[in-house]
Design a binder for this molecule. Structure first.
Ligand code: PCA
Length: 205
């Protein structure tokens, strides 16, 4: 069996019928790309739940690489996240107003981890194919950030394993509920993720 690349996507949330991250992730399950076999894992939306799911998957599959996907409604482009922080805003309070207090993703963990994906190589390839993408400096403080942080923490002693996270825009089918928001076609997001997997697999060798 080839070594595993864990590819995660989230369940739909906030009343959506789909989550583009799972729509993309599930399409790759079982494929072998760049010598790595993709294991698609569906993740529940919540900081603690997401951290638990990815930690369990890493223990179970002993991956050679981990790539998380999530939905960032309103963003116009593929976002390659640079940083995961040790802050879990479980109810989305930070995003609204007020001080939710400080709840870490992992008690005693460092404040932040940097992505271990080959970001420059991925951006270069996405640019070449005219897929809008950028490196972004915050994955937020909700489930996506928690998943990215927990994965990087779990694999902190395996620095050769690429680990990171990509946020996707709304998918075209979600446009009806978000009329003034940017969306992207599923096929383009799938292409983008394939490119990210190819470059990540190259980096994992
Ligand atoms: N996006 C949310 C959680 C699940 C998802 O797809 C986030 O950005 O944290």
């Amino acid at each position: 069996m080839p070594p595993i690349l864990i590819l995660t996507g989230f369940e739909p949330f906030r009343g959506e019928r789909i989550n583009p991250s799972w729509e993309v992730a599930r399409r790759f399950d079982g494929e072998v790309i760049g010598g790595l076999q993709i294991k698609s894992v569906r993740v529940p939306v919540g900081c603690a739940k997401a951290a638990r799911r990815i930690t369990g998957a890493i223990v179970r599959y002993r991956p050679r690489a981990v790539l998380g996907l999530g939905e960032a409604g309103g963003r116009p482009a593929i976002s390659l996240e640079r940083i995961a922080i040790n802050l879990a805003d479980e109810r989305g309070a930070l995003a609204k107003s007020g001080d939710p207090g400080f709840t870490p993703v992992i008690r005693g963990g460092p404040d932040a981890y940097f992505s271990r994906l080959p970001l420059s190589a991925i951006i270069r390839e996405l640019d070449r194919r005219e897929i809008p993408a950028s490196v972004t400096l915050s994955a937020g403080a909700y489930a996506c950030n928690a998943l990215m942080y927990a994965a990087l923490h779990q694999l902190r002693r395996k620095p050769a394993v690429p680990v990171g996270f990509i946020h996707l825009p709304y998918e075209a089918r979600q446009a009806g509920r978000h009329r003034s928001m940017p969306t992207m076609a599923l096929a383009m997001m799938e292409n983008a993720v394939r490119i990210a997997i190819v470059e990540t697999a190259r980096a994992a060798r």
